[in-house]
Write a new protein. Structure first.
Length: 223
């Protein structure tokens, strides 16, 4: 007996309306925004770290020249530029910079008191020079002059002297010329005392150095 209800032909699956059960398409916009926020945050962190490292390096440059400052990190770059461009005795006129005396270690002609007095224009004809050593450096020769290069477990003997004024740093830098640069060093006195954060002039360029030893007495006889 035929039914009044309409039937689907056999072999044809019935279509099911699943619009109510299918999830609605979702936008990727919130995820992209979140990722962008994380990326911007990382960039800020990296940039702040970079700024901190630059500020630390700049403070080290100032300390190397005997200068202390309480200036904010954002002002340090201007102070370093000032030190690079002007003599120290002028730089300390800036109220943000304070000169702190330190010890120089000498291993060449400046071991001679007369040379030191002449170079630094000292009023005292008998500056206090004392024997000491520094480690992890060794002396080579640049023409008639000695120059230090880094070398672990090596030792250099010389004299140390307390630098009291920024203008004396200026005179010594001029005397040593651009062939030398200042570095930190640890000085050990003949009495066994250790002086941290001393300064010494070392070779700027290693290409022209040769093996050899420096004889102060012979040098002074020739000069």
């Amino acid at each position: 007996m035929a039914s009044n209800d309409s039937t689907m032909p056999q072999g044809q699956p019935a279509k099911v309306d699943d619009s109510s059960s299918s999830p609605a398409p979702q936008s990727n916009q919130p995820a992209e925004t979140a990722n962008t926020g994380v990326s911007d945050c990382n960039k800020k962190i990296v940039f702040k770290h970079f700024q901190k490292q630059v500020a630390l390096e700049h403070r080290k440059i100032l300390r190397l020249h005997g200068l202390r400052t309480e200036a904010a990190s954002e002002d340090i770059t201007d102070l370093v530029d000032l030190v690079k461009a002007r003599p120290l005795f002028e730089c300390v006129r800036n109220p943000a910079l304070v000169f702190e005396p330190f010890y120089f270690f000498f291993y060449g002609s400046l071991q001679d008191p007369e040379v030191l007095v002449s170079v630094c224009e000292l009023s005292d004809p008998n500056p206090t020079l004392k024997h000491g050593t520094i480690k992890d450096w060794r002396a080579m020769m640049w023409g008639p002059y000695p120059a230090l290069v880094p070398q672990e477990d090596s030792e250099v003997k010389g004299m140390y002297w307390k630098c009291e004024k920024p203008i004396h740093v200026d005179y010594l830098r001029r005397y040593e010329s651009s062939a030398y640069r200042m570095e930190f060093c640890t000085i050990t006195t003949d009495d066994g005392e250790v002086i941290e954060n001393g300064r010494v002039f070392v070779a700027q360029d290693l290409d022209d150095l040769v093996e050899g030893t420096f004889d102060l007495k012979a040098f002074m006889r020739r000069n």
